[in-house]
Design a protein around this ligand. Structure first.
Ligand code: NAP
Length: 318
């Protein structure tokens, strides 16, 4: 089978397509035929070698995929060959024609959701759910700002928040991004490259109750200016350091929470993915695909996700 392999950490070009031995599930494992694989920023951090999570070389990158179960190992219950599924983690990586998973990596894919859409769910919707409900304790009617809403996690967060009855304000960096985000159920969308957008959001909302932050190293200090008293901020993404004024957190009695999806317990994962399944079945959640690329263009996909403006997810087709 074909797979992207990384033999040394480094720039996107260290990813090469290779022919490798087909995979065999051991006891407790599930073999999935990958129809589409989702590209996430974390895949690029791991590939670079500059991330706390290291993989043994050589390895196949990727956590998210959608496809069909080919075979289940002994001791696997409630999953069967032929079942449509999506993954949110993998033992062997998802940038490949096959991937091996554990039962809690696998979730049923409703017939109404395409494989490309399925590959856009695992990490983005899982992270958005954890940010809103497990770390952010969102309540219907509250004002939430999704700061960076045009990418995978942001669009998922807008859809989940709107479905939960929150009043959603969001940001994106391009006119096309703002138009796309507006269509997902927001009340207002601002440009996060406009230095005045913090003030404009405050004028509109008089302070947001909850703020999900995709780029904390740029925004954290100013974010504290636009939270309501007692407001909560969830740091989802950050790519560097920032100086903040802690007095802002004191004056507003703000609650600043970190988030790492990988820290979710099995019980929390169960809550996350059963909630997402409900939203998919009700048609309230609909992943947005920006582009599908053939598997051998994985390096191009990694450059795009870091360097280009976002309009949803990039998907690889094996
Ligand atoms: P993505 O699809 O690459 O999207 C990145 C988003 O960041 C886009 O909406 C982009 O908007 C936005 N952005 C760019 N400049 C910004 C700014 N100045 N202020 C606010 N937002 C800005 O990435 P993703 O999958 O949505 O993930 C978002 C971040 O969360 C990434 O850093 C990722 O590594 C992180 N993440 C963390 C976890 C965790 O467990 N903590 C899990 C998943 C993701 P434009 O392109 O429109 O400018």
């Amino acid at each position: 089978m074909k797979a992207i392999r990384i033999h040394q950490y480094g720039p996107p070009e260290v990813m090469q397509i290779e022919e490798i031995e087909p995979l065999q599930p051991k006891a407790g494992q599930i073999l999935v035929e990958v129809k589409a694989a989702g590209v996430n920023p974390v895949d690029t951090y791991i590939r670079s070698g500059n991330y706390h999570l290291k993989k043994e070389l050589p390895f196949t990158p990727g956590f998210d995929a959608a496809g069909v179960i080919l075979q289940v190992g002994s001791d696997v219950k409630n999953l069967y060959a032929g079942q449509r599924v999506y993954t949110s983690d993998s033992l062997t990586g998802t940038y490949a024609q096959q991937t091996l998973c554990l039962p809690h990596h696998i979730h049923p894919l409703p017939d109404s959701v395409s494989f490309e859409e399925g590959a856009a769910i695992g990490i983005p919707y899982g992270t958005a759910w954890r940010a809103l409900f497990q770390r952010g304790h969102a309540v219907s009617g509250e004002r939430v700002l999704i700061h960076g809403a045009s990418g995978g996690v942001g669009i998922a967060a807008v859809q989940l928040a709107a479905a939960a009855g929150l009043r959603v304000i969001a940001t994106a960096g391009t006119p096309a991004g703002r138009q796309l985000v507006q269509q997902q159920g927001t009340q207002a969308v601002f440009d996060h490259y406009d230095p005045d957008h913090f003030q404009k959001i405050f004028e509109l909302t008089k302070g947001v109750d909850l703020l999900l932050e995709m780029l904390a190293n740029l925004n954290l200090d100013r974010d504290m200016d636009i939270l309501a008293k007692g407001g909560r901020l969830v740091i989802i993404g950050s790519r560097g350091r920032i100086e903040i004024d802690p007095r802002k957190a004191m004056a507003g009695e703000l609650n600043i929470h970190g988030l790492m999806l990988m820290n979710a317990s099995l019980q929390e994962l169960q809550e996350i993915y059963s909630g997402i399944e409900k939203g998919l079945l009700q048609g309230k959640l609909k992943p947005v695909i920006s582009r599908c690329l053939p598997l051998h263009q994985a390096a191009h996909a990694h450059r795009e996700i870091i360097e280009s403006p976002h309009l949803g997810k990039i998907i690889l087709l094996p």
